[in-house]
Design a protein around this ligand. Sequence first.
Ligand code: FAD
Length: 469
Amino acid sequence: APVLVWFRRDVRLSDHPALQAACTGGRPVIPVFIHDEAVQGLGAAPKWRLGLGLECFGAALREKGSRLILRKGDALEVLRALIKETGASAVYWSRLYDPEAVARDTKVKSALKGQGIEAKSFGGHLMFEPWTVETKTGGFYKVYTPFWKMVKDREVEAPLPAPGDIPAPQSWPESDDLDAWALGAAMHRGADVVRPHVRLGEQAAQSRLGAFIAQIIAGYDTTRDQPSVDGTSGLSENLSLGEISPHQCWHAGQRAREEGKPGAETFLKELVWREFAYHLMHHTPQLLTGNWKADWDAFPWNQDERSAEVQRWKQGRTGIQFVDAAMREMYVTGRMHNRGRMIVASYLTKHLLCHWKIGLQWFEDCLIDWDPASNAMGWQWSAGSGPDATPYFRVFNPVTQLDKFDKDRAYVRRWIAEGRQTPSDTALAYFDAVPRSWGLGPDDSYPDPVVAADAGRKRALEAYENRGF
Ligand code: FAD
């Protein structure tokens, strides 16, 4: 009887424990992807990116003589139907950690087991299962540095090779047509602009990792903070969809460290930030939905999504160059440099006193590397409401930050067209990416600040003082 391998955010062949276990069991393997509520609820860019990922993964499976069977509906009902159609006796998958996925998977597991099906979840998405990292007193970590110290010398499982052979069933069940799912429907015309910036699939992810280790990691300690430089791995997009595993990145980073490459340890630390975000989400799922520190509940955030300030922030028209450059980078590439993320998040939550959830949701709609845990941790960290947060009084000054990290203004030139005789192609691409309804064009004049750097800082600090922080 066949094994169904239920793929979700793990569209790769190598280092895939669930697929590996299925392939070595001697039974036919049927790879499945289900368009369920979780897919339905994705933001526009992650959903579009998922569609590209599925197409690429389906092709990789076909090269191996296998297929990706696509079905739409409630996960349990779909799996039950497939079990009936194929006579499958087992369902394997890689664990996810966000509360909705956990609830769904728990229900699926117990229901399938109840009907005598072998339902089994595997690791792969994380290096350290969140329940295996404990403080000395048996609690979970709320601060990154001790978490890092606890895990840094742990043995990380060596990555598995791709299965040599994926045993095919005698006949394949019906599959939906991926195009009919129209996963890119909400991307409007931005998709054409973003597409050249996508690094699609497992092979591209592996070569990106290789190039990063060979050329970039040695200078990573400095280049990672310069938004105009291609000085980071760019792997978040692939990690988000599981086109590469963290174990593969970790082992490559470890080898670089052993070769004495500076920057390698910092890269390992960044991978552990991702683990830390998952650790927090597992132990305190409210990280995704509410102020992690409850004393922020009474803070009078501006929660009006439609306010002019919020609109200008989303549009990259705040009149603050660093903020606008970063917001436009996200619109054109589907990604944003980490320094930019910190600056725009600080500006929205501190200078504009807007609720971090507005920013979180906008990122969720725009980022092709959207990750539930890292996004929520990043926003709460920036707003000051999260665990291991930046202190509330640290209000990034987006003007001095520019002097520090974009001295020659290369980043600003790349993304801001207004006021320039010969704007860069990327700066112009922004006007192709945004909805026409915004009515923006490169000949507009660059706006004055919504809230100026110094005035905003003063206002934020006063607001905190009034709250007794
Ligand atoms: P590299 O510098 O090459 O780092 C390697 C990997 O380490 C990354 O791919 C990522 O998996 C991990 N990593 C690095 N920095 C962080 C971090 N601060 N937190 C968690 N993991 C990290 N990252 C996402 O993957 N998805 C998100 O939706 C997301 N939203 C964010 C929102 C805000 C407000 C902030 C401040 C940060 C957010 N981050 C998010 C974290 C970080 O900005 C990105 O992971 C990073 O910019 C990705 O680029 P890279 O792959 O080149 O990173």
